[in-house]
Ligand binder design. Structure first.
Ligand code: AP5
Length: 209
């Protein structure tokens, strides 16, 4: 099975992906996490991706589809949860071409822009394990100093106000058509993304069973 998690930046994809992958025993692939690791390692992919990511722009489709092709080759027959992919209709069509009869379900988390800006401005992440925290909303409170794994807590470069605005514009322009793409195929499940993370996960479980 392929489960696709869609939603605006800050809609809670990473937060829910952790719960979904554990509950349904899925292999979680976050293209954002993968690209951030490549940037931190200074690899060729990381050097290419960094400029796009820091401006809040999307990494080119051919680069992303190459990553997904390699991942699916290495994980043939395994159930996968995609978090942050596909981000354009070209990526969604490319994914269709890579699948070999796998059943696909798509969950879209619905959160308005005002809430997204609040969440992202206060997000903190662990540099080592990627755990997601927040400093302002009373959920997933960021510990002082270090993550439970001992890693450094930091603020993502693309969580600065100006970059959040361009990420949202790109989401509305390039990623919302992906929602229509899956709706047209009858594969879309829309979930209200507000309330506590456990509330949201409860709604997801209700529809996924
Ligand atoms: P990516 O890492 O995918 O970022 P994103 O889609 O912008 O999503 P975020 O990680 O910002 O948010 P999220 O929805 O996971 O929310 P989270 O759970 O953290 O991509 C980064 C960049 O990489 C892109 O801009 C692009 O450059 C590149 N890229 C990645 N994939 C690509 C692709 N396929 N094609 C091209 N380029 C690509 O939650 C956010 C905050 O809210 C946290 O602090 C959390 O604690 C809090 N929160 C979560 N749930 C709730 C809740 N229910 N109530 C209150 N607060 C909550």
């Amino acid at each position: 099975m392929i489960l696709i998690l869609l939603g605006a930046p800050g809609a809670g994809k990473g937060t829910q992906a952790e719960k979904i992958a554990a509950h349904y025993n899925l292999n979680h692939l976050s293209t954002g996490d993968l690209l951030r690791t490549a940037v931190a390692e200074g690899s060729e992919l990381g050097r290419l991706a960094k400029g796009y990511m820091n401006k809040g722009q999307l990494v080119p489709d051919d680069v992303i589809l190459g990553i997904i092709r390699d991942y699916l080759d290495e994980h043939a027959g395994v159930s996968v949860l995609f978090d942050g992919f596909p981000r354009t209709v070209t990526q969604a069509e490319g994914l269709d071409g890579l699948l070999k009869g796998d059943s696909v379900r798509t969950v879209s988390l619905e959160v308005d822009d005002e809430q997204v800006i609040k969440r992202l401005s206060a997000r903190r992440s662990c540099r080592v394990c990627g755990k997601i925290y927040n400093t302002a909303l009373g959920i997933n409170p960021a510990p002082d100093g270090r993550c439970t794994c001992g890693g450094e807590i930091y603020q993502r470069d693309d969580d600065q106000a100006e970059t959040i605005t361009s990420r949202l514009m790109i989401y509305h322009d390039q990623t919302e058509p992906v929602i229509s793409f899956y709706r047209g195929k009858g594969l879309l499940i829309e979930i209200e993304g507000t309330g506590s993370p456990d509330d949201v996960f409860g709604r997801i479980r209700e529809v996924l069973g």
